[in-house]
Design a protein. Sequence first.
Length: 130
Amino acid sequence: MKSLHLNRKINIACRLAILATVVCALAAGPSRSSAYSNATGITVVNSSSREIRYLYLSPVGEDNWGPDQLNDARLTNGQSVTLSDVSCGGSEIKVIAEDSDGCFLSSVVSCGGAAQWTITNATSADCGSE
């Protein structure tokens, strides 16, 4: 009788250990915190007289830009480009355009859906010496 009772205690202890392992594994899984990656689509429209030669993405508040998104293409007046499935580390992402004069234009767009940035002649540019 004592061995039957001991076997039940061991069986319960094993089940509790398995349950604890499963709970820990689930808790360590990915979460929807600020590090969660949202996918978004971004359309950049050039409604300016500038020729856009490069287009970069960066986390907001950082100057660590990713690779050129235009892949040697040019974005002239009236043209647009849509970047699909852009991975965002938060709720916003910075889009940076470089024109043919080497001036940089940027905008912060929302993630988690479709976003659009229209570049106009009134869009402020950083040309380094201004």
